[in-house]
Design a protein around this ligand. Structure first.
Ligand code: CLR
Length: 454
């Protein structure tokens, strides 16, 4: 198989432009606002559209193929967990803003083990829908990223559920992505974390994965950590899951985990007794840390202008203190997913992964074949990719004006209303919530009637 793999480019045409533009100058007027309505200078962008960014969920798509091959539903769920967490890995250190997709913009990607089609189905609010498939599974959903600026940090809630289906097994899993926080917007080094809980539900068997993406707070100890468990219908915990969304996910049976915890508590107790100063004992320190952690949880984001609590948040936002701890391997663990290393030149190319580097590539022959609304044909993104910042800014303004005019036109005349080309709004039968469902036919490549949006 390997030797038939297509070669993709490993870097962009030119390295990124490192600007000293102050992001604060743009954002200070936007505290508490919904960021999607604010136009940002192109120097804060990365040369990808959000649709392409969504296709990055697929970097470890082979995990779904492995999941489909499992006979045991619990093992299947383990690989779905691996896939759900792996989908976030490419976000690590990626602090550029992807371009907002234009209404009706599309993005397709076909690789050895899957193909995906994405479409911008709504502009206000911005909603991007996607549908990926291989012979054994479907993965689909819609994301409506809600960006909120809270002063020193930006909080991004990716609203919308995603669904994995194994049609041959008549089985489906759904979950919602966790909240993403970008810290140190005003000063200091920007950094990002993913926080919150993710519940992956198997709708046929009733098995559930409950994952917690930990908040780092002021201490690096928990930075990027993910932990949780798989439980069955009767809420019995079967497996313990642990790792980091930036590195790996492992899994062990719950009994091994409990034994491991018992043993470590015992070790800690004996070392506590030996320690002379009670104030320095590990349990005291961890109690202090826990208090701090809890106060952070309560105050974070919501109380920026209330003095005392806001200061607590400020401390933690500045720098992460201490080295991130190494995760100890628990007996009987298996690794479900491990991250691909970043290419060596990643730092000069927007911290892109190898997968991301290839997403805007115009492969030979594509120009004949590609849907005219495909992100790869967006001139502003292409210009930024080629290092032409001014040209990119001009094109971006032009495209946004063109979009506005098209919108106005639809409002005033009794003209044909716009509706998405490849998706329709429907109830997702697994979640009973409104969702965007693929209507099919994209890959038949009948593109004559798509709108002119570029
Ligand atoms: C995170 C994973 C979610 C989907 C999602 C939605 C919006 C994305 C976010 C991800 C990553 C961070 C992101 C954000 C939009 C803007 C933000 C790219 C992919 C960047 C880092 C914003 C930069 C902040 C500016 C103020 C510079 O499932």
């Amino acid at each position: 198989m390997e030797q038939y793999k297509k070669e993709h480019r490993l870097v962009l045409p030119v390295p990124m432009y490192h600007s000293d533009y102050n992001i604060w100058a743009v954002l200070k007027n936007c505290i508490g606002k919904e960021l999607s309505k604010i136009t940002m200078p192109v120097v804060f962008n990365e040369p990808l559209s959000f649709l392409q960014r969504m296709a990055e969920y697929m970097e470890y798509g082979h995990l779904l193929t492995i999941a489909a091959q499992q006979e045991d539903p619990v093992q299947r769920l383990q690989y779905v967990i691996g896939f759900a967490v792996s989908a976030l890995a490419s976000n690590w250190e990626r602090l550029g803003k992807p371009f907002n997709p234009l209404l009706g913009e599309t993005y397709e990607l076909e690789r050895e083990d899957f193909k995906i089609i994405c479409e911008q189905v709504s502009h206000h609010p911005p909603v991007s829908a996607f549908h990926a498939e291989s012979g054994d599974w479907f993965f689909h959903g819609s994301i409506h990223p809600k960006l909120k600026f809270w002063g020193k940090s930006v909080e991004i809630q990716p609203k919308g559920t995603v669904t994995v289906e194994f049609p041959k097994l008549k089985e489906a899993y759904t979950w919602t992505n966790v909240t993403c926080c970008v810290h140190n917007i005003i000063m200091g080094k920007m950094w990002m974390e993913q926080c919150g809980t993710m519940e992956i539900v198997s709708h046929l068997s009733g098995y559930k994965a409950h994952l917690t993406f930990k908040q780092a707070g002021g201490n690096s100890k928990d930075l990027h950590k993910v932990e949780g468990y798989i439980s069955d219908k009767s809420k019995q915990k079967l497996y313990y899951i642990y790792g980091k969304w930036t590195e790996f996910i492992k899994c062990t049976d719950y009994h091994s985990y409990e034994e491991f915890v018992k043993e470590n508590l015992h070790k800690q107790k004996t070392s506590d007794q030996k320690s002379k100063s009670p104030n320095d004992s590990p349990s005291h320190t961890s109690k202090k840390m826990l208090q701090k952690f809890n106060s952070l949880k309560v105050s974070s984001f919501r109380t920026q202008n209330s003095t005392q609590e806001a200061e607590d948040v400020d401390d933690s936002d500045e720098i992460l203190k201490g080295e991130p701890s190494v995760i100890v391997e628990i007996p009987n663990s298996t690794t479900i997913w491990k991250v691909n290393p970043r290419p060596p030149q990643s730092g000069d190319y927007y911290q892109f992964t190898e997968f991301a580097m290839s997403l805007n590539e115009l492969e030979p022959g594509m120009d004949q074949n590609l849907c005219p609304t495909d992100s790869r044909l967006r001139p502003d993104i292409r210009k930024l990719e080629q290092g032409d910042i001014d040209g990119a800014a001009i094109e971006k303004t032009r495209l946004e004006e063109k979009q506005r005019d098209a919108n106005k036109h639809r409002k005033h005349k009794s003209a044909v209303q716009w509706s998405p080309r490849w998706f329709k709004q429907e109830i997702n039968s697994y979640t009973n919530h409104e969702d965007w469902i693929y209507t099919g036919n994209y890959w038949e490549r009948q593109f004559a009637e798509v709108p002119d949006i570029f």
